[in-house]
Design a protein around this ligand. Structure first.
Ligand code: PMP
Ligand code: PLP
Length: 472
């Protein structure tokens, strides 16, 4: 069973109660006639059925890339208006108010998927649907963090994770990274010596660590199995809750030895809050994800959902349920993840890397080969610039960025992902506003979206921009 983490709850988390109106739903069984909850009458829903043409995951079709958009490679799925025995929720049910857990069939599908893929090591874990990892993360933070507290984060991280907590008065402490993401040694060192640095003297020891373990955004790094074990050992030793934000988990390129084990799969205490999303596996506009965590935390987030977002859109939930539960099944979804999503990004990643190698002078810029995700993290070797040391790093990077823009190629300035304090005159609206020293020598490129031809063009332009700036 999960350990008792009640003492980890924020004031908000500790005071979340069941909504009494939702509480009445448990009486809704058998012959009960409800004059209770103010559910709108389904006859007023102007939606008779919901159909979609979806990709077929039959093995012969998935492996055949010759006719990706032809109707021979698709199936038509339809969610009917009224209930059909043995089927997933009807449209009139999924468009109705419901519990803050999400609809039953999709939630159970996600739970079974987690069970098969991650084999949680304790009994009382559960799964809740969310509106994606952004939503899940905000609910986890609300449950755990009070104003004035700080969470531990990778030194380069997903900017929205920090932008979400900043206005709440929840701070962050960067932990050093290496090619495998957050360093377990650095994490342990920081916590073992907590309170010894002058700025930590009055601060409570952090209780929450936020990590993106696979295909990290922005660095593209993936934690090895050993690194995951080490991080979990430090989390146990220092009694941390781990928020495992893992949107790129299924974008792993080397799965010959199986998918890398998640932090959830190594958690024997119920201290990991795992965030999964369909944003990168199906489509971000679905706005459906799921949180896997101990049952106590699930109840708190469910109560939070019931007074805020309620549950993801009924259209999304019901269509995903029809596709995943009634058509693809666990096996079909796994096949789709392995043979479609993973393969697509693997090929894209290889292509961008090959273009980089063809067109970029490796003396001026390098990257570490990513083994998952959507990104490559490019280090610019400013030390080879003729004016290095006489002109600031920021000024050189700004010149390079401007040259790239002039040459029509856009990469994201690395400083945007930095956790270090920003200067007082920092202007978040200005993409160039943050070129400050020591933070400036990286650029993030994604292979997720551009066409293969565009990636080649982009790398030609990037290579030329570098050559021009370094010969100045
Ligand atoms: N505000 C009031 C006054 C309501 O009665 C309700 C629904 N019962 C809501 C908000 C919830 O609205 P929504 O379904 O748009 O979240
Ligand atoms: N977390 C990380 C690390 C991401 O990179 C992203 C997407 O860019 C998200 C969360 C957002 O996920 P979702 O669309 O599920 O809210």
């Amino acid at each position: 069973m999960a350990k008792d983490f009640s003492s980890f709850l924020s004031a908000e988390g500790a005071s979340r109660k069941k909504s009494p109106l939702k509480g009445l739903l448990r009486f809704m069984k058998g012959d009960m006639v409800s004059l209770g909850g103010g559910l709108p009458h389904p006859s007023t829903f102007p939606f008779y059925s919901l159909s979609a043409e979806i990709k077929s995951v039959a093995p012969t079709i998935l492996n055949d890339t010759s006719g990706k958009t032809s109707s021979a490679t698709s199936d038509l799925v339809t969610v009917p208006h009224g209930p059909q025995p043995g089927k997933v929720e009807s449209l009139s049910a999924s468009l109705q108010y419901g519990l803050g857990t999400g609809i039953k069939s999709l939630r159970e599908f996600c739970k079974e998927h987690i069970n098969q893929m991650h084999r949680p090591q304790y009994q009382d874990w559960d799964v809740l649907l969310s509106a994606g990892n952004t939503d899940s993360y905000s609910k986890a933070i609300a449950m755990l963090c009070n104003r004035g507290e700080k969470i531990l984060v990778e030194e380069w991280t997903y900017p929205a994770a920090l932008e979400m907590i900043d206005p709440l008065g929840v701070g962050h402490i960067p932990v050093t990274m290496d090619g495998e993401g957050m360093s377990a040694v650095a994490l342990k060192d920081l916590l073992d010596n907590w309170g010894s640095a002058p700025d930590q003297a009055k601060e409570a020891k952090p209780r929450v660590v936020y990590v993106i373990p696979t295909g990290q955004n922005p660095t593209g790094s993936t934690m090895s199995i050993q690194r995951r074990r080490d991080i979990m050992r430090v989390a146990q030793e220092h009694n941390l809750i781990v928020i495992e934000d893992d949107p790129y988990y299924y974008l792993q390129f080397n799965v010959d030895n199986g998918w890398v084990p998640s932090l959830l799969s190594m958690d024997t205490d119920g201290r990991v809050i795992r965030l999964d999303t369909f944003s990168k596996t199906l489509a971000p506009g679905c706005r459906v994800g799921y949180m896997s965590m101990n049952a106590h935390f699930c109840t708190i987030v469910q109560n939070h959902n019931e007074v805020t977002t309620q549950q993801p859109s009924g259209f999304s939930q019901t269509l995903l349920a029809e596709m995943l539960v009634s058509h693809w099944g666990q096996e079909g979804y796994n096949r789709y993840l392995t043979e479609n999503v993973r393969t697509e990004y693997l090929n894209r990643s290889r292509h961008l890397q090959a273009c980089f190698q063809r067109h970029v002078n490796s003396k001026l810029a390098t990257f570490i080969e990513p083994s998952a995700g959507m990104f490559i993290w490019i280090k610019i070797h400013l030390e080879h610039h003729p004016q290095y040391g006489t002109v600031s790093d920021s000024a050189l990077m700004l010149r390079l960025f401007n040259k790239c823009i002039e040459n029509n190629v856009l990469l994201v300035p690395g400083w945007q992902f930095s956790c270090k304090p920003k200067p007082a005159d920092f202007d978040p609206a200005d993409p160039l506003g943050g070129w400050f020293d020591g933070q400036a020598t990286y650029l993030r490129a994604t292979f997720a979206y551009a066409s293969f031809e565009q990636m080649e063009t982009a790398m030609i332009r990037f290579g030329e921009s570098l050559n021009e700036i370094f010969s100045a």
